[in-house]
Design a protein around this ligand. Sequence first.
Ligand SMILES: Cc1ncc(COP(=O)(O)O)c(C=O)c1O
Length: 404
Amino acid sequence: MLLIAKRLDSVEPSPTLAITARANALKAEGKDVVGFGAGEPDFDTPDHIKKAAQKAMESGKTKYTPTSGTVSLKDAIIEKFQKDNGLKYDRKNIIVGVGGKQVIYNFFLATLNPGDEVIIPAPYWVSYADIIRLAEGVPVIVHTKPENNFQITPEQLEKAITPRTKVFLINSPSNPTGAAYSKKDLSALSDIILKHQIMILTDDIYEKIIYDGFEFSNPAMFSNELKERTFVINGVSKAYSMTGWRIGYGAGHPDIIKNMDTIQGQSTSNATSIAQYAAEEALRGDQTCVSDMLKAFTDRRNKIVAALRAIPGIQCNMPQGAFYVFPYLDEVYSLPGFQKLIQGNESASKSKIFCDHLLEKYDVAAVPGIAFGDDHAIRLSYALSQETIDKGVQRISKMIQELK
Ligand SMILES: Cc1ncc(COP(=O)(O)O)c(C=O)c1O
């Protein structure tokens, strides 16, 4: 189409947002839809955080702030890195943006030249590849396996590196699989990074949602040399149930931050002033809200994994973090009823056909694995009440039963 720029040719709308919109439309028609699609906690933003926003409003903190964030929020972020990760940053290393998503986008705009390659282990968060394409980079997808806990191996990483490789992107705990890298596994990957002198983007947005005492780490924590090559993404959306406030942040080399600041200054300017004050309270204030949320998620994770594993034909890894499960459906795909569904359409995405059928006939919204680069599975978010999860899993079980 003449009206539209070529750069959009290879960019897809976010499938998770599309599925949520479709599920909401069906709900508005009066259907009792179970929405496993959403990527946000179901809890309200804690009161003390809301109060900080009210106070900011009442005291007139409603004007432009510095493009890269208020000094006080940057200081709260610096304290967070020191306290949680033992990482020492200065204000010149920090940028605040309109959600982690914008920070990732601006990072790639600031660092990629056309044709530069970014290695992404699959399954990956839906937006990475499209953001990289918008920034004229080339996503290089490396497939991982459930039996390796969905982790890229050092051998796979090394094989994927070419003279055009600029960044290796890692997301631990992962959306969509919930898999998290141990310190040992990350440090083996980090050795390859140092050997080939490339950069790491570590998306730590699910850092606080981690189970069974798993110890979170990122490559910047291992050595100064690695810290120089690592750009950290984080934010308040998931940890503090603040998805709508749109505050994310990045930490890294001052030259990258400076250029991201320029990009932001010529696009959105600062993130909302009031939301920045709320984020400051989230980071500095009482952290009981995080442990309460974690308790609820731990319980739901255990129950949903057990319920899915009880359905014949489903294989489901135990996630170590985030609030998603990524059940494998290979056996379901070979059931006679499913074969009938794909008849004449064999080359189409199986996970999409599964999810379309699940939504249209069983009123359950789930995200097809193909959106995350893995057609063997679907993603279910367990950021829902236990009762709703149980109802949804029962419907999935019914559908699979009826495909036999
Ligand atoms: C892996 C990952 N990174 C980044 C984001 C962006 O979050 P936000 O823009 O709300 O900070 C998300 C949100 O779904 C995510 O799942």
